[in-house]
Design a protein. Structure first.
Length: 208
């Protein structure tokens, strides 16, 4: 009798124990093609354009566009205006009383859902990408007056290794990462430069 009662109590206790909630499903990045996929394109300019078009999946992704606005307002999530309202400021790091670093630290703050990375700031206005076609963006990247004074080799190095750029693949919370990986992105740009750095033309690329 005592054994039966003990088994009944144990069974009820186990049944009453709540199960752990399922782990949250975080967004994953879309794939990027590797440079070798484009090696069969015999025409050098056509190969460069194909490589840059693939890299453009990163350049035109919200994780990049949000920090490259043409106006004074950063964006967040999938292109929404930053809340609370903030402005670019004279040094692209926010207004004196509310600089970017007031909230954005050198790494993500998971509990507060605030993104962060070293050197958090807006890209200078001359490096704005929002509203540009992929071809326009390509020409801008090659123009040292509008790319931060960088050579193409420096553009590749910046893209492949800069930790602020790298945040795009580790954005935290429920933000969708940029496609592929930072290393794959850098490899595509390096192959584009090696192929002559030709740019897409025309108005067929989607503006965002």
């Amino acid at each position: 009798m005592r054994l039966g009662l003990a088994l009944l109590v144990a069974g009820c206790t186990r049944a009453a124990t709540p199960s752990a909630p399922p782990p949250a499903t975080l967004p994953t990045s879309a794939p990027l093609a590797i440079p070798a996929k484009f090696a069969a394109i015999a025409d050098r300019d056509a190969r460069a354009i194909a490589l840059f078009t693939e890299a453009g999946k990163v350049l035109q992704h919200p994780r990049c566009l949000n920090c490259h606005p043409a106006d004074d307002r950063p964006r967040q999530r999938d292109g929404e205006a930053h809340e609370p309202p903030v402005v670019r400021g004279a040094g692209d790091r926010g207004a004196p009383a509310l600089e970017c670093s007031s909230c954005h630290q050198t790494q993500n703050a998971p509990l507060a859902r605030v993104p962060g990375a070293p050197g958090w700031r807006l890209a200078p206005r001359r490096m704005a990408w929002r509203g540009h076609t992929l071809g326009e963006l390509c020409l801008q990247l090659k123009d040292r007056q509008r790319n931060g004074g960088r050579t193409l080799a420096q553009i590749v190095e910046h893209s492949a290794h800069d930790p602020l750029v790298g945040w795009g693949w580790s954005p935290g919370a429920d933000r969708e990462p940029a496609p592929g990986t930072q290393r794959e992105f850098g490899a595509l740009l390096a192959a584009w430069v090696d192929a002559g750095a030709a740019c897409p033309t025309g108005d067929t690329e989607t503006r965002r």
